[in-house]
Design a protein around this ligand. Structure first.
Ligand SMILES: O=P(O)(O)O[C@H]1O[C@H](CO)[C@@H](O)[C@H]1O
Length: 292
């Protein structure tokens, strides 16, 4: 099944599949996580924060897709962070790797059945907003789901009410309380200068955007653009998991046809490496303050 599967054929990877994957994992770890973390491109170093870990390769987990992108280790790691039990995806899979939105977001349904109540999603993204700098962190307050508006989203298909309602609202996708907490902590940690709050726009990739597309996204009100995160957030909200999202600005999107700048994945990974310590500090403090 790929990203362009017809609507009628999209009911695979349902509740029973998520349940059997969750049972597989729960029988192999003593951790009972209430917090899930998904690490974006170059941000998998966050795994170093965890102690007492149990680690699984995506390829060994039933129903999981395998990550094929550099900078995404493709491991699911259970561990302790700030005295809390956490499950962390060191890397993710994307629709441009040939997967449906449902497959990409499937781990979040498994998270739900593991007992996760709060999801922290991170990603690398390009800046549309001209006031943003490379290296900024952006707390996500909203998204524009270009792929979903065209009908490709993980909630298409017969609704399973064991997960959630047929018509989930997305106007409150990014939890207000968690956003305030994230911004407050960023301030306390001396990160105010490079921490923003803004709108993430999702396109399928794998192409970086054209100049015209970047200009369009700017008009639409996007602050950054990327190729992930949104399917995971839709599934999380559908099944009642609270979401906190952070983008790392790894590059400025090209908005002038005569520009010499050319976005590339190497630059994305390099910036992930550079800002990893700050991202880790923020997420670690954040986890410590989450109340279930
Ligand atoms: O969104 P994450 O997984 O952080 O990765 C981002 O970085 C890659 C492009 O360099 C794309 O996959 C884009 O989505």
């Amino acid at each position: 099944m790929n990203g362009f599967t017809t609507l009628s054929a999209s009911n695979v990877l349902g509740y029973e599949d998520a349940k059997s994957t969750a049972e597989f994992l729960l029988s192999r770890t003593d951790h009972r996580p209430t917090i899930g973390v998904i690490c974006g491109s170059g941000l998998g170093g966050m795994v170093k924060l965890l102690t007492d870990t149990d680690s699984f390769e995506f390829r060994d987990i039933p129903n999981f897709a395998t990550s094929t992108v550099v900078g995404h280790a493709g491991k699911l790691v259970f561990g302790s962070l700030q005295d809390k039990s956490v499950v962390l995806m060191q890397g993710r899979v994307h629709m441009y790797e040939g997967h449906s939105a449902r497959k990409v977001a499937f781990p979040v349904r498994v998270f739900k059945l593991l007992g996760v109540k709060t999801l922290i999603v991170t990603n690398a993204a390009g800046a549309i907003n001209r006031t943003y700098n490379v290296g900024d962190l952006m707390v996500i307050c909203d998204h524009i789901n270009l792929v979903g508006l065209a009908g490709l989203n993980p909630l298409v298909g017969v609704n399973d009410s064991r997960f959630g309602t047929r018509f989930p609202p997305m106007s409150t996708a990014y939890d207000k309380g968690l956003r305030s907490l994230g911004l407050k902590l960023a301030s306390e940690l001396g990160m105010k200068e490079f921490v923003r709050e803004g709108v993430y726009s999702f396109q399928s990739g794998p192409m970086f955007e054209t100049v015209g597309e970047c200009r369009l996204l700017n008009v639409l009100g996007a602050d950054v653009t990327g190729m992930s995160t949104v399917p995971e957030v839709l599934v999380a909200r559908h099944c009642g998991i609270r979401v906190f999202g952070v983008s790392l600005v790894t590059n400025r999107c090209v908005m002038e046809l005569d520009s010499d700048e050319v976005p590339n994945h190497e630059e994305v990974l390099m910036m992930g490496e550079k800002r990893s310590a700050d991202m880790q500090r923020l997420i670690s403090e954040f986890v410590g303050k989450i109340v279930d």
